[in-house]
Design a binder for this molecule. Structure first.
Ligand code: PLP
Length: 388
């Protein structure tokens, strides 16, 4: 692997130099107003990125997975019913976590490559007249398949059924890269991590709780200690954590939010959309197809690209690393060996993306795929020249 090359895995993402430097700092007293000057602007900033006025923000030393656990254990009790669709590896893992916590998950099996079936959710919620379902899970962006789901449609399904279940959204690979509307979509818990849209190393679970989800914590009986949001709340009131916070990462997050807002949140989304569209033009020029089945589910943060039958897609990732020092993502779970993934989120420019497409082409030609060198790059170039 070359440290000169950008990475094209869908997280951890490339770190801008100023963010790296912000993380690298001398020790300070982490129970002092000095830490409060990092903590409180970060909490306010995350709330703005979520497009919420009053979400309760909590940031744990953990990763996105710890964010899932924070969501579940603070709001639910053993045996509670949860509705979830499985359409990729990440939704699968969240379901698995529910089951291991003794929750009763109604799983809607959904073909990988498709988005969440909001109509099916609506049907199930309407049939649940006793309101036994406590939570609906939704993975906004399935990173394994490069599929974006319509969270507004899931909210509509809840409303159409007049169902009081809470809506928990995994936004780990969308928040900070793709439009996310906590208040407008009536999200009750949003989950993300530090190493994707926020361009930081892994190490933070970032969650937002609605008033309703915050209140559920008073009666929820799933065991929790490290991830108890009430302990965290008490800590925040004293510029502190219930334990030692990762101060450097928090300082990095403060800068990350400033950089995103300097560029403009909507401009960040537009940049992701433009770069992703260029990648899709290249895939098309190569004569390949995405795992995502139709344009309305195309993800702007990651593309999972299907390779021809009989070809092991993982070979692309291995050769790119060994010969060209460049990182792409392997296929996971059901699509392992069938797709390779190009991550295009975080700190990226058109020029960086062209380098990734150029290397992907060389690798595919090396491995005998019928692809013309330069074809995908040219298609992306043509788009980037005009796209804005
Ligand atoms: C990366 C990712 C996760 C897991 O996050 P970790 O930080 O690796 O624990 C969860 N959900 C989605 C959609 C992701 O992309």
């Amino acid at each position: 692997m070359s440290f000169q090359n950008p990475v094209f895995i869908p997280g951890p993402t490339n770190m801008p130099e100023p963010i790296r430097q912000a993380c690298y700092m001398p020790t300070i007293d982490h129970r002092s107003p000095m830490f409060g000057k990092i903590l409180h602007p970060v909490l306010d900033g995350v709330r703005r990125i979520l497009k919420s006025d009053k979400a309760h923000i909590f940031i744990f030393p953990s990763t996105g997975t710890g964010g899932w656990e924070t969501a579940l254990t603070n709001t639910l009790s053993k045996g509670d019913k949860v509705l979830a669709a499985r359409n990729g590896m990440f939704s699968h893992r969240w379901i698995d976590m529910c089951q291991r916590h003794g929750l009763d998950v109604q799983v809607v099996e959904t073909p990988w490559g498709h988005g969440l079936p909001a109509d099916k959710y609506e049907e199930i919620l309407k049939a649940d007249t006793n309101h036994e379902i406590k939570v609906v899970l939704a993975t906004h962006n399935e990173t394994a398949t490069g599929v974006k789901s319509d969270i507004a449609a899931v909210r509509k399904a809840l409303d159409a059924a007049d169902h009081p279940a809470m809506l928990f959204v995994d936004g780990v690979s969308s928040i900070g890269s793709m439009d996310f509307r906590f208040d407008e979509w009536g999200v009750d818990v949003a989950v993300t991590g530090s190493q994707k849209g926020f361009m930081l190393p892994a190490g933070l679970a970032i969650v937002g709780f609605s008033e309703k989800a915050r209140a559920a914590t008073e009666t929820a009986d799933l065991p929790r200690t490290f991830f108890d949001i009430r302990d965290m709340e008490k800590g925040y009131a004293n510029n502190a954590y219930p334990y030692t916070p990762p101060v450097g990462l928090m300082r990095g997050l403060k800068l990350s939010i400033e950089m995103i807002e300097d560029e403009g949140l909507e401009n960040v989304f537009a940049r992701h959309h433009r770069i992703a569209t260029g990648v899709r033009k290249a895939v098309d020029a190569w004569g390949l197809e995405l795992c995502a089945v139709s344009p309305e589910v195309y993800s702007d943060s990651v593309s999972a690209i299907k390779t021809p039958e009989g070809f092991n897609a993982t070979d692309i990732v291995t050769r790119a690393a060994e010969k060209y020092g460049m990182a792409f993502g392997v296929g996971l779970g059901e699509v392992a060996g069938k797709v390779f993934r190009i991550g295009h989120l975080g700190s990226l420019t058109d020029a960086m993306m062209l380098s990734g497409l150029g290397v992907a082409e060389m690798v595919m030609v090396d491995l005998g795929l019928d692809i013309k060198l330069g074809s995908g790059v040219a298609a992306a170039q043509e788009f980037y020249r005009h796209g804005s």
